[in-house]
Design a protein around this ligand. Structure first.
Ligand SMILES: Cc1cc2nc3c(=O)[nH]c(=O)nc-3n(C[C@H](O)[C@H](O)[C@H](O)COP(=O)(O)OP(=O)(O)OC[C@H]3O[C@@H](n4cnc5c(N)ncnc54)[C@H](O)[C@@H]3O)c2cc1C
Length: 375
């Protein structure tokens, strides 16, 4: 095991595996340190949405970069079927309040050039015939899609390893250490690793690690749930969700539906036993879902699971170099929508670590935005 590298990546989720892949592809000597197993965090257990629409405009340039330049060719590039499809995303609404929120999203997102539009009434049923007649408003972004999260993360990991990246699992990063103002050492429960640069993308775990060099990002750990149904004949190829976030859902290639959302009983507690599910979460989300897709009543749920999110105070991620600690790059606080931008986030973090200008505008995602006066 080699304890000296050009770059250390902390966390082997989709962001860390992508960063490692893009670095290894450039011939950079990279070591990934992962507390548990590759893809064991949110990246291996998410709802698979790779959408641009509905994102805050601060992260939209990165999402659009990913959909234009990364997702469509990623599977082929990695030599794996990551089940990426680009059949569009629809956010559904029933009330006037929903309509206002959806129209505002369209205004915001289209101001940055995203092709996202409002669809009303019967036109929604042309796109999703089974939707409830109560649904009267929807956003539609035809270039949004979804991919298999586990396959995507593992494909990035596998290719990164083939290109020479070193992955060390079951090792916990405890603290960072600067030498002469620059990041140098990463202390773990199995000794000290050294590198010229460090990419920190350890989900909520990033907060504790950042604090060891005097930094912080206001985020909370949220335990959230999803479930999968038995396979049924094709209903819709669109990724759908509710305007108020009570559910999101998509039917996969094998006919099963993956469904998740906010039950509003989510637990915010990092010390809670990891990844447990509760008897009320899946039924609540299923009930919300059936209010929008009533014809799916009676379809059996075969499995449910949970995962931990790194919920940022302002709802957008931090993807940023750190001025106070030269050589440290942070990618965390993805707030429940980091899979869709995960490969692109890994790409730009790798660019930063080799001194290149990131390919997308990340100016709204800086780590120090919370320190700036709000008015
Ligand atoms: C149920 C669910 C549904 C979701 N649905 C979607 C969706 O549809 N679309 C979407 O875009 N996003 C979705 N997300 C969010 C998305 O999965 C995450 O934002 C994304 O996977 C974050 O990737 P990551 O690499 O930053 O984090 P993770 O995959 O959580 O990886 C972080 C890694 O860091 C490791 N780590 C932590 N602390 C340490 C330490 N001290 N030392 C070493 N390693 C450490 C962890 O073990 C973990 O493996 C969902 C998440 C969940 C849970």
């Amino acid at each position: 095991m080699n304890k000296a590298s050009d770059v250390i990546v902390i966390g082997a989720g989709v962001v860390g595996c992508a960063a490692a892949y893009y670095l290894a592809k450039r011939g950079v000597k990279v070591t990934v340190l992962e507390r548990r197993e590759v893809a064991c965090g949110a990246s291996g257990r998410n709802g698979s949405g790779a959408r641009q629409s509905g994102r805050d405009n601060r992260e939209l340039p990165l999402a659009m970069f990913g959909v234009k330049h990364i997702w469509p060719t990623l599977g082929e590039e990695l030599g794996e079927d990551i089940e990426y499809i680009q059949n569009g995303n629809m956010r559904l609404g029933k009330t006037e309040k929903d309509r206002e929120a959806l129209e505002e999203l369209v205004r915001q997102n289209s101001s940055l050039g995203l092709d996202v539009r409002m669809v009303y009434g019967q036109d929604i049923r042309e796109l999703i015939p089974d939707v409830s007649p109560e649904v009267q408003y929807a956003t539609y972004c035809p270039t949004d899609g979804h991919a298999n999260p586990m396959r995507t993360t593992l494909a990035l990991y596998k290719r990164a390893r083939e290109l020479g990246a070193q992955f060390i699992t079951n090792i916990k990063v405890l603290k960072l250490e600067k030498v002469a103002g620059r990041i140098r050492r990463v202390h773990t429960d199995d000794g000290i690793y050294e590198a010229d640069s460090v990419i920190l993308c350890a989900g909520f775990g990033s907060r504790k690690i950042m604090r060891t060099v005097g930094l912080d990002v206001p985020m909370l750990p949220q335990l959230t749930e999803a479930f999968v149904t038995e396979p049924i004949p094709a209903v819709t190829d669109k990724f759908i969700s509710a305007a108020d976030g009570c559910f999101y859902a998509q039917q996969q290639r094998n006919g099963t539906w993956v469904i998740g959302g906010d039950s509003n009983y989510e637990i915010y507690d990092a010390t809670y036993p990891r990844e447990v599910t509760f008897s009320f979460s899946a039924p609540r989300i299923a009930r919300f879902f059936l209010e929008y897709m009533p014809t799916l009543k009676g379809v059996k749920v075969i499995r449910s699971w949970s995962g931990q999110l790194d919920m940022c105070w302002d709802g957008s991620p931090v993807i940023s170099p750190v001025e106070e600690v030269e050589g440290l790059y942070v990618g965390c606080a993805f707030t429940g929508h980091g899979f869709g931008i995960g490969p692109a986030a890994g790409y730009v973090l790798a660019q930063m670590a080799v001194g290149e200008t990131p390919a997308a505008d990340l100016s709204g995602l800086r780590y120090d935005r919370f320190r700036l006066p709000s008015h």
